[in-house]
Design a protein around this ligand. Structure first.
Ligand code: PBG
Length: 316
């Protein structure tokens, strides 16, 4: 791979604080390994529009970066893995999935409150149907209000008193250095994160084999890739996208084989909601465990179970 080191690898990134931080993580891993890199900002419709994500459509944050990659303006694209459509893109390879951040959602509430301490009627901001459905299913009488905007904008709505609380990904807050505002990290038993939340996706062109190998050897983390594969397989088999009311969390766990020896397996929990828009939200939950090499099958199996339970009416 000597000729890769002689090249400067151009890494495309969205311009938001979160995206820049995420790109910085990958750039540092590469420079620490002796690779020269250049960071190239790319603007996307998802950054320019304030319309609800569900209205702008799948791939709002990812397609412009992928275009820059295919046009050879950049050699590497760094995305939040949960924003990545599950369908593979022609000409593009998911070269690496780096070590995951804490995948859980976090509550940022006024006066240091936790979810259980918020009074009935408290207004919680989130534009995510998945968070909306799981919040409403807690039966706490919370009023959920759709919001959008970057992390600072959302935190600001609590600080200003406009909302009692917001729910955000803990990973995003960590990456922009705002863990201090979290008042409760939500247990996945109550709030399953989005499939691939907290993970990054590092893409390159399929014809750029040197960069692909470099990313695989320096940046990829096997346990994270296995987990993300199971979660995204579940999402994909539900035929749902990143704005669907679907949550999933896979973890590599220690288990015993037939002879009593310790082996690693993969455990997957999933949630799907129906009736999020109306008054009758219904939450379906399932979980299963499999061998590590069966991540994809595990995801599809859990999706089939959720469909059996009635998840067929899951909206996009
Ligand atoms: N949908 C936007 C988005 N995409 C990735 C993250 C956070 C970082 C991550 O989950 O990896 C966020 C913000 C949020 O959901 O709070």
């Amino acid at each position: 791979m000597k000729h890769v080191a002689e090249r400067t690898i151009r890494i495309g990134t969205r311009g938001s604080k979160l995206a820049m931080a995420q790109t910085g993580i990958i750039a540092k891993q590469l420079t620490d390994a002796g690779q020269r890199v250049e960071i190239v900002p790319v603007s996307t419709p998802g950054d320019r529009s304030m319309a609800p994500i569900a209205e702008i459509g799948v791939g709002v944050f990812t397609s412009a970066l992928r275009e820059a990659l295919l046009d050879k303006q950049v050699d590497v694209a760094v995305h939040s893995c949960k924003d990545l459509p599950t369908a593979p893109e022609r000409g593009i390879s998911l070269a690496a999935v780096p070590v995951r951040e804490d995948p859980r959602d976090a509550l940022i509430a006024r006066d240091g409150l936790t979810l259980g301490e918020l009074p009935s009627g408290a207004v919680v901001g989130t534009g995510s149907p998945r968070r909306m459905a799981q919040l409403r299913a807690l039966g706490l009488g919370l009023e959920v209000r759709p919001i959008r905007g970057n992390i600072d904008t959302r935190i600001g709505k609590v600080t200003s008193g406009e909302l009692d609380a917001v729910v955000l990904a803990r990973a995003g807050l960590s990456r922009v250095g705002r863990l201090d505002v979290i008042t409760e990290t939500l247990d996945p038993i109550q709030m399953l994160p989005a499939p691939a939340q907290g993970a990054l996706a590092v893409e390159t062109r399929v014809d750029d084999v040197d960069t692909e190998h470099l990313l695989q050897s320096i940046v990829d983390d096997e346990a994270t890739r296995v987990a993300v594969t199971a979660e995204r397989a579940m999402l994909s088999a539900l035929e749902a996208g990143c704005s669907a009311p679907v949550g999933a969390l896979a973890e590599v766990v220690e288990d015993l084989d037939g002879e009593g020896a310790v082996i690693e397996r993969i455990s997957l929990r999933g949630v799907a909601a129906t009736g999020v828009e109306g008054d009758s939200v219904r939450i379906l939950r399932a979980s299963a465990i499999a061998e590590k090499h069966e991540a994809d099958q595990l995801g599809r199996l859990l999706a089939a179970e959720l469909l059996d339970l009635g998840a067929g009416a899951v909206s996009r």
